[in-house]
Design a binder for this molecule. Structure first.
Ligand SMILES: *Cc1c(COP(=O)(O)O)cnc(C)c1O
Length: 356
């Protein structure tokens, strides 16, 4: 297996067209007060919540490539799906508007609550996205069969009106429908490089990356980055929805497609895909006391706002791992803040209850 130099890898990525959406590099800094409080590894944070598009988040990195792909294919409508309070759907709708495409969002109601115009859904509404809400199984991710059925209806409707749709899967992760290359993962491979450059500048290598994992391309991109640059970094994904058994093959598939698309000389093995699913707890999108207290802790110690669905859970996992002695002294952990903060507001009730 050949090691690739950072600049060579950057050149390979630069071949993919993109439409600018974000401020880069996003800040990387050490969480001094949290590190001190925990007595464990050094904890750093990569602020991908500050990408700058519609409250920021990991999806806007991916959408730079996806929007370019959609425009190159002559699309004038972008269609995607996820749950009602989806960060991905908001980011997609905002990116679409930014480049003059019309967003259609297929939103599945997987929570017990009636959808309210709050958080991401409020922002979708302000953006005047074409919102289609469907009921779905609670606390679960919707099945692909169900999604495909509804999508087909929408695609036909758009075509019948003389428009050209670009259909992209949830999270910009899986190839299929209109997206033929793993553009989401390529964006996160680039985020890995960006982080490497920043840590080199700071004169501090890092030993672990930890982040919330959902649809898989953030983890696939980071893991391929670590592997191809042969950085001695363990990328740990904290699942917020699916079991390891479901997620590992997804990340592997996206990772291997990334390797192939960029003609890299690496093999992403299952041992490179570390996923922890024991922090899903009550299910996708369900907040618990631990997550609420973690959100408070980060805000109180560092002035950083996490979200209840992804980053609050992932940070709670990191804290738990530190307490369990998972890390060694001298380890340096980079926590990827992947955004999602608009979803904080629809959770006001449980948050206040758990924190009182
Ligand atoms: C989508 C999302 C993730 C997970 O990223 P994937 O690439 O879908 O695995 C993590 N955090 C937030 C806030 C997200 O919106």
């Amino acid at each position: 297996m050949a090691r690739i130099e950072l600049d060579a890898l950057k050149r390979k990525i630069s071949v993919f067209p993109r439409k600018p959406l974000i401020h880069r590099p996003t800040p990387l800094r050490r969480l001094d007060r949290l590190t001190k409080e925990l007595v464990g590894p050094e904890i750093w944070i990569k602020r991908d919540d500050l990408t700058g598009l519609a409250f920021g988040g990991n999806k806007s990195r991916k959408l730079e490539f996806i929007l370019a792909d959609a425009l190159n294919r002559g699309a004038d409508v972008i269609i995607t799906w996820a749950s009602v309070q989806s960060n991905w759907c908001l980011q997609t709708a905002a990116a679409a508007r930014r480049y003059g495409l019309r967003p259609i969002l297929l939103l599945f109601n997987t929570s017990d609550l009636a959808p309210e115009y709050d958080g991401n859904l409020l922002l979708d509404r302000i953006l005047d996205a074409d919102i289609r809400i469907r009921e779905a199984e609670k606390g679960k991710i919707v099945s692909l069969e169900y999604v495909a059925e509804v999508l087909e209806e929408i695609v036909n409707e758009v075509r019948d009106c003389g428009h050209t749709p670009y259909v992209v899967s949830v999270g910009g992760s899986m190839t299929g429908w209109s997206m033929t290359k793993p553009l989401g993962a390529i964006a996160y491979l680039e985020a890995f490089i960006e982080t490497c450059e920043q840590t080199r500048e700071a004169g501090a290598g890092f030993t672990h990356i930890i982040h919330a994992t959902g649809s898989g391309s953030t983890q696939a991109g980071l893991a391929v980055g670590a592997k191809s640059l042969q950085e001695d970094v363990r990328v740990i994904g904290i699942s917020v929805s699916e079991s390891r058994e479901v997620l590992v093959p997804i990340v592997r598939k996206i990772g291997r497609e990334t390797v192939k698309s960029l003609e890299l000389d690496v093999d992403l093995a299952d041992s490179d895909i570390i996923i922890m699913d024991e922090y899903i707890k009550e299910g996708y999108g369900t907040i618990n006391k631990d997550t609420a207290q973690t959100i408070r802790l980060l805000f109180v110690t560092e002035g950083i706002v996490l979200d209840p669905v992804y980053t609050g859970k992932a940070m709670a996992a990191l804290l738990d791992l530190v307490r369990k002695g998972y890390f060694q002294k001298g380890d340096r952990v980079v926590f990827f803040h992947t955004g999602g903060t608009p979803a904080l507001f629809p959770y006001r009730k449980p948050l206040v209850e758990f924190l009182s």
